[in-house]
Design a protein around this ligand. Structure first.
Ligand SMILES: [Fe+2]
Ligand SMILES: [Fe+2]
Length: 124
């Protein structure tokens, strides 16, 4: 299934998780990818994107662990984060158009598939 990529790139209501802290972090993730797309040659934008993703994923994984999210779903979720961070960590500025498209697509798809699975199932 294809997911619409918002243009201009940014968070919108279709991504709402109904957890204020998670939604705020997701807004920051979109902004960080927007900033990489706006200036692919900026090493600062790329490292900021890496940092906010890293912080968010750690937060999300801690929430899932506290909630006793099933091992299978937790492992699937963590693996998705780890794979993405490997790819993101391997990028160098200037970031290619293909890599920018990957970042944009991955975040949209991840929230709407993997993150949405825990929507309503955890307290945070
Ligand atoms: Fe996630
Ligand atoms: Fe998330």
């Amino acid at each position: 299934m294809a997911y619409a990529i918002p243009e201009p790139y940014g968070w919108n209501e279709s991504f709402r998780m109904f957890y204020a802290s998670i939604d705020d972090e997701h807004k920051g993730l979109f902004k960080s990818v927007f900033d990489v797309a706006a200036d692919p040659s900026s090493a600062h934008a790329l490292s900021h994107c890496y940092d906010v993703m890293d912080i968010h994923f750690s937060h999300e994984e801690a929430i899932l662990q506290r909630a006793n999210y099933t091992d299978i779903l937790y492992n699937e979720h963590k693996k998705a984060h780890d794979n993405f961070m490997n790819r993101l960590g391997g990028l160098k500025s200037p970031v290619s158009a293909d890599a920018v498209a990957y970042l944009k697509n991955w975040l949209v798809r991840h929230i709407k598939t993997i993150d949405f699975k825990y929507r309503g199932f955890v307290n945070c």
